[in-house]
Ligand binder design. Structure first.
Ligand code: NAD
Length: 262
C-alpha cells in the first residue's frame, strides 16, 4: 500500500464511530499519526489500542467535546505537543439532534444542534489553523451532508439541515482566507451512510410521530442497494487530505451514489 501520510499528523473529530473511525483507520494504515477526538471515550480508547498495535505510538485518543472552546484549545495543544506538528484536520463530529416541526422545537433543541455541528466546526478550525499556517501547508476537510443543500427530503431536520448548509459556506470562506498560506479547505456532502448517526437523534416520540412522512425511502441510492459505507467516505477524505488533491480547495464534493438526484 502507498503511504501518503508518512510523517504527517491528523486530527479527526468524531473519530469514535462511523465516518471518522473509518478515516482514522485508513489514514493510520497510510502512515499518519492520528489524534482521535470524541466524546465517547471507551470507543476512542479501543480504537487507539487497535491502531497502536498496527504501528506503535501512531494514535492518541482525546476525550473532548468539540463544542467546548476550552477543551478544544487544550486538545489541539496536546496533539501538537505529542506529534510535533499538524497537517490534516477532519472536522467531522456531528449529531442529528432534535427533529420535529419548527414550532415544536425548543430553543435548547435548536442551540444544541448548532453548537455541536456549527460551533464545533468553527473551533476545529480556529485552534488548528495557526499550526498549519506556520508550516505553510495543510488540508482541512469538513463533513456536511446532502441534507445541507441538495436534498431536503428529511422532513423535521430543520436545525440539522441549517447547520449542514452553514458548514458549506464556512468551508468556502475558510478556503479563500487560507489559500495564500497553502492551507486547503474542502467540504464533503455524504448521502446516507451506514453509521451510528441515528443514535444522535434526540429521542422525542411525540414530535417524531407528527413529522410529515418521508417522500422518498431514506438511504435509497441508485448506485447501491442500501446506504454507502463509512470506508467509501474515508477514501474520499484521504484523497482530499493527501497531496493527490493539491490543487483542490473550496470544493464541495457530493458522495451519495446519486441519492440526491432522486
Ligand atoms: P456517528 O454517530 O457514527 O459518528 C459520529 C461521532 O461523533 C460519534 O462517535 C460521536 O460520539 C461523535 N460526536 C458527536 N458529538 C460530538 C461532540 N460534541 N464532540 C466530540 N465528538 C462528538 O455518525 P457519522 O455518520 O459517522 O457522522 C459523522 C458526520 O457525518 C456527521 O457530521 C454527520 O452529520 C455526517 N453525515 C452522516 C451521514 C450518514 O448518513 N451517516 C450523512 C451525511 C452526513
Amino acid at each position: 500500500t502507498t503511504r501518503r501520510f508518512a510523517g504527517r499528523t491528523a486530527i479527526i473529530t468524531g473519530a469514535g464511530s462511523g465516518i471518522g473511525r473509518a478515516t482514522a483507520i485508513q489514514m493510520a494504515r497510510e502512515g499518519a499519526n492520528v489524534a482521535l477526538f470524541d466524546l465517547v471515550n471507551d470507543r476512542t480508547s479501543a480504537l487507539e489500542r487497535k491502531l497502536n498495535r498496527l504501528r506503535e505510538g501512531c494514535a492518541l485518543a482525546v476525550d473532548v467535546d468539540t463544542s467546548s472552546p476550552e477543551r478544544m484549545e487544550e486538545a489541539v495543544r496536546r496533539t501538537v505537543e505529542r506529534f510535533g506538528g499538524l497537517d490534516i484536520v477532519f472536522a467531522n463530529a456531528g449529531i442529528n439532534g432534535s427533529i420535529g416541526p419548527i414550532e415544536e422545537l425548543s430553543i435548547e433543541d435548536w442551540q444544541r444542534t448548532l453548537s455541536v455541528n456549527l460551533t464545533g466546526t468553527f473551533l476545529s478550525l480556529k485552534y488548528t489553523i495557526p499550526h498549519m499556517k506556520k508550516q505553510g501547508k495543510g488540508s482541512i476537510i469538513i463533513t456536511s451532508s446532502i441534507n445541507g443543500n441538495r436534498r431536503f427530503a428529511s422532513f423535521g431536520f430543520s436545525p440539522y439541515s441549517t447547520t449542514k448548509a452553514g458548514q458549506v459556506a464556512f468551508a468556502k470562506m475558510a478556503a479563500l482566507e487560507l489559500a495564500k498560506f497553502k492551507v486547503r479547505v474542502n467540504v464533503i456532502s455524504p448521502g446516507a451512510i451506514a453509521t451510528n448517526i441515528d443514535e444522535s437523534t434526540e429521542p422525542n416520540e411525540e414530535l417524531e410521530s407528527i413529522i410529515i412522512p418521508m417522500e422518498f425511502p431514506e438511504g435509497q441510492q441508485p448506485l447501491a442497494d442500501g446506504p454507502g459505507k463509512p470506508e467509501d467516505v474515508a477514501r474520499l477524505v484521504c484523497f482530499l487530505a493527501s497531496d493527490d488533491s493539491s490543487h483542490i480547495t473550496g470544493a464541495q464534493i457530493v458522495i451519495d451514489g446519486a441519492e440526491s438526484l432522486l
